[in-house]
Design a binder for this molecule. Sequence first.
Ligand code: G4P
Length: 284
Amino acid sequence: MQIQWFPGHMAKARREITEKLKMIDVVFELVDARIPLSSRNPMIDEIVDHKPRLILLNKTDMADRVITKEWEEYFGERDLKTATVNSKTGQGLEKIPDMARELVKAKLEKMIEKGVKPRAVRALILGIPNVGKSTLINRLANKKIAKTGDRPGITQRQQWIKVGKELELLDTPGILWPKFEDQTTGYRLAVTGAIKDEILDFGDIAFFAIQYLKEAYPEKLMERYKLTDTTAPPLQVFEEIGKKRGCLIKGGEVDYEKAAELILRDIRSEKLGPVSFERPADYE
Ligand code: G4P
């Protein structure tokens, strides 16, 4: 998956996206529904500029439904259109062509007034690595399209994918860098697998997850690990999980590395059920 994003890479990715933007009417900004703000590129507004945009909250199957609703309201209050989707199963994708058309209605009407022949709406998918861009393109295309490497600056010949009669999609997405702004954002990205574990300490990521789950989903934590008390300090909860799951070193002490690995694997493979790692309330 992952590359290091150096300033040169960012500049190149941005240049390529600016070129692509010239060809399209509407941007589909793909974010992870579990961490909708942390999985946005920090410069997205500036990069997309005035192009109409639809935010697709992807991986909704993995996110907490109640929190996803709250996010829809959050974006709605800020005049940002959203749609909730599951690119893996295709759930929610059927509404996209109509929503895209609605967003560029005025522009298309103006073109028709000027005598230009009506045409399909042209769209580009934008997002950080691992957010589901290729999965979404394949779903919308109804066939397997080769995955673009997540390396910035891979230029490819562009093709349009037809999605019904009304929508055309560029077959290569725009890949943007994730936020590296603060540690919490980094942990959220790491917990959900958007950035490589090596970038942050494995144990720290798991510790962050426990700290968060303990507060937001104590009952899920209790159920999965058969815990009796989730009000204990995070380190104690972490250790109890390690003990309960047999992550031990000689002498019966907790193997922190092993316990961290187990916790992260469980979260990413949805053993705790749908969970969101960011809430609008975090920003109030
Ligand atoms: P990218 O192009 O943006 O880098 O992301 P990509 O489509 O490769 O998707 C990254 C991972 O996210 C893939 O899992 C993909 O299956 C998964 N994914 C994408 N959309 C959804 C969704 O809506 N729901 C769920 N549950 N998963 C989604 P992977 O483990 O890397 O690959 P694989 O196990 O699918 O082969």
